[in-house]
Design a binder for this molecule. Structure first.
Ligand code: 26Q
Length: 822
């Protein structure tokens, strides 16, 4: 008997090769001689997709037929990064696929590199959602991710003459083999119009919402695999389209252009991701995006629920809905509307279901990042929701009044409607009132949430508040991005750590073995060489792989203080210029990150870094001792190259400002040491890896507050610190700007004037700490020892741990094993 494997599911090298050729021919319509690299990538991607479809369908079927709760993660952003390599790892198919690809005359690394990454997020918050989806699947937790299928994700960044230039991200241009459209599951979403009271047949008072326009939401599904389990959860992203029925009227009366106009504006809704992180401008389209995806998602849940439940009475027992920041917080009012207006539940019953359903995660304390929508704008787009929010607020404030009689100030402080100045809806308050659980994303941050923005709510309901320190997935951020290090680790302690990151602890004793340290340094050197080669192809710059790779990659923002970093570079430069024989540790400073297009100061910081790079890299007296690189277009793909190659991780935000940070974890997991402030998750990283293996500097959060309260005078630091003065004077002299003394003036003036991020206050401490780093790096043996201990002690920062905590404390959810019978 001859057994022939199915072309779509077989896993032998021979079958994989046949499938590749088959997909190239039948899906791309090419034969090898005329196929482009992208055709080959597509053929491979479909080959892999075929092999995960059974898991995806089985997962879906299993969830439908079991009584377990499902967690629905609502996030306006998913910064997924490329799928192909990750799926190969999670399916455990790397080796046979690599062989099949090579025997077909192709290179797997090259094909993986061709994939356009779905950049459907700005930074940390979106990437966190992606890590969470990975961990949910790996932990076999029933989950659906809901979000927006932006046609244009985060812009591509180019650097022209040192300035950031934004280019549209056309990630869908060559097709997306990982998604399947489900037009049969489309839903309709109303916008605008007005509301009308009416009395129903039973004499009940009700309200109906007569919409001004209607949009259709089409779901696009992407499978999210768990690591070496059969679970493939669903990521369901919504695309907006015109609702035809609505336009028919216009076609019929001959208003063809009017109808087409409507169609175009409907499609605009999900066109583009807003590229602003941590700073809000209340744009109408953004609110429409948020409401659109929330309404689609809740309608979808209700449809799923009613497919095997008679009523919505037990909706909260079947769905736990987590709101990723306030971006989806309109969900509180929307679920109330669906329950009360459409399904005729009594207010109190609907409210109990709503509160039991939602959890809310806060990701920021920055006042400019707290979402508020002006009442007129809100009422125009969502008239019924505004009424519902008034009702929620009134009932809530009645409760407050009972507990705190005669405390008008408190009522004003707690009101969901901000009555001061331009009246607005405070979305964080709506999310807090409508949720049974509220959490921050690192210990310090969760504490500050309780002490500052949600203080009065914490007094009211202390039991609702908790901390869930962020984590990152070791599958993408170690196994996929750093195979050399992962293999070295597995060669000594096995590969159990990939699913249970605490097992990295077993590496600790190896830190004391000279032989292991040697192997460690060899791997690091190879990885740095890889990055050096990549930098060379991208920028033509030659960097020395034996220099200390000092890396800061993240969104550009004043609170993250990339300018503090570059001031230190200039300081080092001056030191060498003043003493050309100075014995400094050679360093390569690597920067990457995007600035919000409208954030002038952030763009000026990019220009400053590039201007300093130009001078330093071309100064012969500096030679190999200092190199400054700004790598354009920092994204997930580049992150995967840079974290493994870093020696030093820059986590230098003003204390109290970075909610958690997650890049800090990725660096440390790959054996970089951290120079950092006591901010966000840095604090917990330092606790875990040991203070002696972490370079700490800078003011603490209380010291920051005190300094500001006492009237911070940056120019005093400037006057009293010769090093700082020399650096600032050099910039202001036009030294880095071809004599243009005006170029960097706005930046310098803000640092000297009223800088709320205390760059000058932390400058000397930072320089001193960097000197310790430089000295420590000279002892490579000890540096390796510290690096190994960092990796060995990072177990806590797996997103698996984070998700387990959410599952237990907030969602009350249990794993469900997916069977994959043959
Ligand atoms: C909101 C409304 C309108 C336009 C834009 C936005 C918007 C978009 C994105 C506001 C904020 C963001 C992103 C915030 C973010 O990434 N926060 C980061 O979240 C990480 C995960 O918890 C933390 O590690 C970081 O500390 C935090 O800065």
């Amino acid at each position: 008997l001859i057994q022939v494997e199915d072309d779509r599911t077989g896993l032998s090298v021979e079958t994989l090769k046949r499938a590749l050729a088959d997909n190239l021919f039948y899906l791309q319509g090419k034969f090898p001689a005329i196929a482009t690299k992208n055709d080959c990538y597509m053929a491979l991607a479909y080959t892999i997709r075929d092999r995960l479809l059974q898991r995806w369908l089985n997962t879906f079927q299993t969830y439908l037929n079991c009584d377990n709760r499902v967690v629905c993660y609502l996030s306006a952003e998913y910064l997924l990064g490329p799928h192909l390599g990750n799926n190969l790892i999670n399916l455990g198919l790397w080796e046979p696929v690599q062989q099949a690809v090579e025997e077909s005359g192709l290179s797997l690394d090259e094909l993986i590199d061709i994939e356009e990454e779905p950049g459907l997020g700005n930074g940390g918050l979106g990437r966190l959602a992606a890590c969470f989806m990975d961990s949910l699947a790996t932990l076999e937790i029933p989950a659906i991710g809901y979000g927006i299928r932006y046609e244009f994700g985060i812009f591509d960044q180019e650097i022209k003459d040192g300035w950031q230039v934004e280019i549209t991200d056309k990630w869908l241009q060559l097709g997306n083999p990982w998604e399947i459209a489900r037009p049969e599951s489309a839903v309709l979403v109303k916008l605008g119009g007005h509301t009308e009271p009416y009395t129903d047949d039973q004499g009940n008072y009700r309200v109906r919402w007569i919409a001004g326009s209607l949009v259709k939401g089409i779901p696009y599904d992407t499978p999210i695999l768990g690591y070496k389990v059969s679970t493939a959860n669903n990521l369901r992203l919504w695309k907006s389209e015109a609702a035809e029925s609505f336009d028919f009227q216009r076609f019929n009366v001959g208003d063809y252009y009017g109808a087409v106009q409507d169609k175009m504006s409907s499609e605009n809704l999900t066109k583009v991701l807003y590229p602003n992180d941590e700073q809000i401008q209340g744009k109408e389209l953004r609110l429409a995006q948020q409401y659109f995806f929330v309404s689609c998602s809740l309608q979808d849940m209700i449809r799923i629920h009613l497919s095997d439940n008679p009523t919505l009475e037990n909706f909260h027992e079947h769905f736990a809905v987590q709101m990723n920041d306030t971006h989806p917080s309109i969900a509180v009012a929307e679920l109330m509307r669906l329950l009360v207006d459409e399904h005729h539940y009594e207010w109190q019953r609907a409210w109990a279901i709503t509160e039991a359903t939602f959890g809310f995660t806060n990701h920021t304390l920055l006042p400019e990042a707290l979402e508020k929508w002006s009442l007129p704008l809100f009422g125009e787009m969502l008239p019924r929701h505004l009424e519902i929010i008034y009702e929620i607020n009134q009932r809530f404030l009645d409760q407050v009044r009972m507990k705190y009689p005669n405390d008008g100030d408190r009522l004003a402080r707690l009101s969901i409607i901000d009555e001061a100045g331009e009246k607005s809806v405070r979305m964080a308050y709506l999310a807090t009132v409508g949720s049974h659980a509220i959490n921050g994303v690192a210990a310090l941050h969760s504490q500050l949430v309780k002490e500052t923005i949600l203080k009065d709510f914490y007094e009211l309901w202390p039991e609702k508040f908790s901390n869930k320190t962020n984590g990152v997935t070791p599958r993408r951020w170690m196994v996929l991005s750093n195979p050399r290090l992962s293999n070295l680790i597995s060669s000594r302690i096995g590969d159990g750590w990939i699913k249970n990151l605490d097992e990295l602890k077993q590496l600790e004793p190896f830190a004391d073995l000279a032989g292991f340290r040697q192997d460690w340094c060899k791997v690091k050197r190879e990885v740095k060489q890889d990055l050096a080669r990549y930098i060379h192809t991208r920028t033509d710059l030659v960097v020395n792989p034996d220099s200390l790779f000092d890396v800061q990659v993240k969104r550009i923002h004043e609170y993250k203080r990339q300018h503090l970093n570059i001031l230190h570079v200039i300081h080092l430069y001056l030191q060498i210029k003043n003493n050309p024989n100075l014995d400094v540790t050679p360093r390569t400073f690597i920067y990457g990150g995007k600035a919000a297009p409208g954030y002038f100061t952030a763009k000026l910081i990019i220009k400053l870094i590039n201007s300093v790079a130009d001078v330093v890299n071309n100064d012969p007296t500096i030679g190999d001792r200092l190199k400054v690189i700004f790598l354009p277009d920092y994204n997930v793909k580049f992150g995967q190259r840079v974290y493994p190659a870093a020696d030093l991780s820059e986590q230098i935000s003003t204390a109290g400002k970075e909610a958690s940070g997650t890049g800090n974890m990725k660096f440390s997991m790959n054996g970089a040491l951290t120079i950092g402030t006591l901010d966000g998750a840095n604090i917990e990283i330092r606790e875990e890896v040991g203070a002696e293996n972490f370079f700490l500097f800078g003011l603490t959060t209380p010291e920051v507050e005190k300094t500001l309260a006492e009237g911070y005078q940056p120019w005093e630091y400037y006057n009293n610190n010769a090093n700082l003065k020399a650096v600032v004077d050099l910039i202001n002299s036009g030294f880095f700007s071809h004599g243009d003394t005006a170029l960097f003036r706005p930046l310098m003036d803000s640092l000297l004037g009223q800088d709320p991020y205390l760059v000058f206050a932390d400058f000397q401490a930072y320089v001193d700490c960097q000197n310790q780093v430089g000295e420590a790096y000279k002892d490579q043996e000890n540096w390796a020892r510290m690096a190994i201990l960092n990796v060995a002690r990072m177990g806590k920062f797996s997103s698996d741990r984070t998700i387990r905590e959410y599952a237990e404390d907030i969602w009350a959810i249990k794993p469900v094993v997916i069977e994959l019978e043959d």
